[in-house]
Design a protein around this ligand. Structure first.
Ligand code: ADP
Ligand code: MG
Ligand code: MG
Length: 534
């Protein structure tokens, strides 16, 4: 896109027009469920004692321009990435090697690995695994003259969220771009990027491409449910899918988009939401003398006679150490892992998404990609490798490249230090890195990996409507996520796997103020966005 287009996007509007547009978006979001429960720091308990309120999710008022070629590259890579992470989760020995040094210093990972070993000892009773993934990228433009390339920020293997709301943002922006309004009092004002809006085919620009995230994610749950082998409970029970959610989840409407899609496309599959604190009281596993196949039985809280055999547990919780604040939470994770329900994800798949694994994958000596993707063409592997940003181990001693860069205030300036955590707000940036490292022992360095900062385009601008109604405009950075799913059969201890379904579909764009290092919508940094391909 030429410089002039960046300079003129989003189109200039008067204050009155902006207020009108914001009000239109506020109303649209509530009407269409592009919503979140309010943050208690914004809406106090006293003013919302019955917890009835919802507000708009943070959204941009305009879609962000995104290079079509980079978008398509991300789409093309998704199924390869799906297979890569399925292969890693299947290779317990390799993953165990990577985990070995981490479990010495990271209690959270150590506890997860311990549960895996306990269940392995007892014997896993489910050989299907489901991955619902999101691969996240930023555009990398090291200097103004270079054309943007696509660099992966991270790959998520647990609780990959916002597919449900992202679909609605694309719908919102498409409606605003194409509203039949010659005076542009409600549709966007004219801009060259919107010119093709009425005539364009969906992929050729003008307005956000169709977003298939909900269908992709819901279909994965349906396929897993249908692939589940009945464990012959006696008497036979109806089957259900469980959405495992956090106790005070504010992003429930995103999750409900998936359960509602399952209900409307497959009326015979019940789905239930269960908060983590209720796992041990609302689910049970029969004694092995009664049924050695360890079915997970869900008893509905409103009706003790309503019992179901759980086919799939979809984790939208239990990815952060803070969620394991009681021993019961660890017992609950172990309970689910040893059950016959298909886990999305299993502990091995959860751990495969560690930042450490992503760092190890970037190494070329040895290259692990050929091992995990033996049938993939060299050209595709090269394209995969081209999406990696440089990353360094922090476990190879004071003379290693990673530690040297991290401790040097100048070199650290272009890097981010990442612990093995999810959900945003955990990283250490730039000049804070050396200071931070000086405050911990050298032994603890290996909890982290070091990654070069991706350098996004400098001219992008947008306007966001935050959940508290504030309108903020300015320079922005966008992060693209592509959704993908994979269902496969494998046995722990054998590296063989049989992929039943591998699918790509749907995207998420999150846009944040340029001066914020962190991203994350739930963590309060970003707004949901969609894109116009150019
Ligand atoms: P999490 O699993 O907590 O989401 P991420 O690796 O996605 O961890 O990091 C959180 C945020 O930090 C990202 O959304 C992005 O805004 C920023 N970030 C992470 N890695 C990089 C990088 N290499 N370059 C620039 N920004 C990054
Ligand atoms: Mg993550
Ligand atoms: Mg992230």
């Amino acid at each position: 896109m030429g410089i002039s287009l960046w300079d003129s996007y989003p189109p200039k509007v008067s204050d009155d027009q902006l207020q009108y547009l914001a009000q239109t978006v506020k109303d649209w979001t509530i009407f269409n469920g592009l919503t979140v429960r309010p943050n208690p720091s914004i809406v106090s308990e006293e003013s919302n004692p019955n917890h009835v309120l919802a507000t708009n999710a943070p959204v941009t008022l305009y879609p962000s321009p995104f290079p079509k070629q980079c978008f398509e590259q991300a789409e093309d890579l998704q199924k390869v990435y799906n297979e890569l992470y399925a292969a890693i989760a299947t290779d317990e020995e390799w993953l165990g090697e990577v985990m070995k040094e981490l479990v010495e210093v990271d209690d959270f990972l150590a506890n997860l690995w311990k549960i895996h070993l306990q269940v392995k000892e007892e014997g896993y009773v489910q050989d299907l695994s489901l991955g619902m993934f999101r691969s996240d990228y930023m555009l990398h433009v090291p200097d103004d003259s270079s054309s943007p390339s696509l660099k992966q920020v991270e790959f998520n293997t647990i609780s990959s969220s916002f597919g449900g709301l992202a679909v609605r943002v694309a719908d919102l922006h498409r409606e605003l771009a194409t509203y039949p309004d010659p005076t542009h009092s409600i549709s966007y004002p004219p801009h060259p990027l919107f010119n093709t809006a009425t005539s364009a085919s969906i992929t050729s620009g003008g307005y956000p491409p169709t977003n298939e995230a909900v269908d992709t994610l819901a279909s994965a749950l349906i396929t897993a449910h249908q692939s589940y082998r009945d464990s012959r409970t006696s008497p036979p029970l109806p089957q259900c899918i469980l959405f495992l959610v956090q106790d005070n989840e504010r992003n429930l409407f995103d999750q409900m988009a998936l359960s509602q899609h399952i209900r409307t496309t497959n009326r015979e599959i019940p789905t239930f939401r269960i908060p983590t604190s209720k796992i041990l009281s609302q689910t049970s596993i029969p004694a092995s003398s009664e049924n050695p196949s360890r079915p997970l039985i869900y008893t509905h809280p409103a009706n003790p006679n309503a019992r179901y055999e759980v086919t799939v547990v979809y984790f939208r919780a239990l990815y952060a150490p803070t969620e394991y604040d009681t021993p019961a939470a660890w017992t609950a994770r172990h309970h689910l892992e040893r059950s016959a329900a298909i886990k999305c994800p299993s502990i091995l798949l959860h751990l495969s998404g560690s930042k450490k694994v992503q760092q190890v994958l970037t190494s070329t000596d040895p290259s692990h990609l050929e091992r995990f993707l033996p049938k993939t063409s060299k050209e595709t592997l090269d394209s995969l490798r081209a999406s990696f940003a440089p990353q360094y181990s922090m476990s190879e001693g004071p003379d290693s490249e990673g530690v040297r860069i991290a401790l040097d205030p100048d070199l650290a300036q272009k890097h981010v230090l990442k612990p093995q955590r999810e959900g945003g707000g955990n990283n250490i940036y730039r000049s804070n890195i050396p200071t931070f490292l000086k405050g911990i022992s050298e032994k603890e360095y290996k909890q982290y990996i070091l990654m070069e900062l991706i350098q996004p385009p400098s001219k992008a601008r947008n306007v966001a409507l935050r959940s508290d109604g504030q309108i903020v405009s300015g320079d922005v950075i966008s992060e693209l996520g592509i959704f993908g799913t994979c269902l496969w059969r494998s046995k722990v201890g054998s590296q063989e796997k049989n992929i039943l379904q591998n699918r790509m579909g749907g995207y998420l764009l999150r846009t944040k103020a340029r001066d914020s290092d962190e991203g994350g919508v739930a963590a309060g940094f970003s707004s949901l966005d969609s894109l116009i391909l150019y």
